[in-house]
Design a protein around this ligand. Structure first.
Ligand SMILES: [Zn+2]
Length: 81
């Protein structure tokens, strides 16, 4: 299974991990997703069963900094560009 990390605000790819031996449960365990509530998990993780890809929504350094210094730029979960 392949795990891709993506910024939830700007959609930028933050890296990926290729672990052919991982099942979906393994991937969730290793990425700390297993501890999340069902709601948090649904917001954070999406799957592409066909391609065996798990996408984890995170926040990239750029957006993290932008949010900390300018919280007002965050409008409905999207950064104004
Ligand atoms: Zn970002």
């Amino acid at each position: 299974m392949r795990v891709e990390y993506r910024c939830r605000h700007c959609g930028q790819s933050m890296g990926d991990v290729e672990r052919p031996g991982w099942s979906r449960a393994d991937a969730e365990l290793h990425c700390g997703v297993a501890q999340l509530s069902a709601v948090e998990r649904a917001e954070t993780v999406s799957y592409n069963e066909e391609q065996q890809v798990m996408t984890v929504q995170s926040v990239c350094d750029y957006c993290q900094q932008a949010l900390e210094s300018h919280p007002e730029v965050l409008v409905e979960g999207k950064l104004l560009q």
